[in-house]
Ligand binder design. Structure first.
Ligand code: DX5
Ligand code: ZN
Length: 217
């Protein structure tokens, strides 16, 4: 596992002030902003898409980590590239040819990730794990911020780390805060998405530091 990084999710931020919300996490030392794209089809909620990201790109140099919770991610990958995303993670549950999509994402010059929902087994990503730069393990059912952390789902990081080796990044998403960050770090995760734990607090920098300190325990 690499150095532990936080990837704040703007899902729980003020969408009408996305540029300033993103600047706050940048100034607090984050290198990444996690962008949750929901289509109301793969998940029962709708957020924002490539046009909003394209605008945000003008205001931020952070690494744009797009988490596509959408059906047919292959159909939209190029839009997210053109909007300025650096990384695309898609759900293994949404594609027939994950290797093909990973290759396309790489050909477009982005890094690639696959994501598994809490009930999706690790075996589903076995064939493609080593092709990716990152594997995303959902520790809540995707769709909403502010849900409770699922430890059984998080423990899949242990098997993924064995399967994919030390160099791949393992990202966890859902219910990460002080108290769960230390658990996921012990399971081998090194990229910690945090939405409500950062943006529902008045002092975002302090919240981010508390999570990283917990992970370092
Ligand atoms: C949920 C999203 C998450 C979400 C996490 O479907 O993928 O990235 O923002 O929110 P918290 O950290 O509040 O659980
Ligand atoms: Zn996410």
């Amino acid at each position: 596992a690499g150095t532990i990084e936080i990837a704040p999710s703007v899902l729980s931020s003020d969408f009408a002030n996305l540029a300033s919300e993103t600047r706050v996490i940048d100034e607090a030392g984050s290198k990444i902003v996690h962008l949750d794209i929901m289509d109301g089809h793969f998940v029962p909620n709708i957020t924002f898409g490539a046009p909003i990201i394209k605008w945000l790109r003008k205001y931020s140099d952070l690494c744009f980590d797009a988490h596509l919770m959408i059906s047919e991610p292959d159909r939209y990958a190029e839009d997210f590239k053109n909007a300025g995303c650096d990384h695309i993670t898609f759900h293994i549950e949404t594609v027939d040819d994950p290797a093909g999509l990973i290759n396309r994402i790489h050909d477009m010059g982005m890094s690639a990730g696959v994501c598994i929902k809490p009930k999706t087994p690790v075996s589903s990503i076995e064939k493609v794990a080593k092709m990716c730069e990152m594997i995303l393990v959902m520790t809540v059912e995707p769709g909403f911020g502010g849900q409770s952390f699922m430890d059984d789902a998080a423990r899949k990081c242990i098997d993924i780390r064995k399967m994919a080796g030390p160099d791949i990044r393992i990202e966890v998403d859902g219910g990460i805060d002080v108290g769960t960050a230390c658990k996921v770090a012990s399971y081998g995760a090194d990229t910690l998405v945090a939405g409500s734990a950062v943006f529902n607090r008045p002092d975002r920098a302090a919240a981010m530091k508390a999570i990283l300190d917990d992970a370092a325990k």
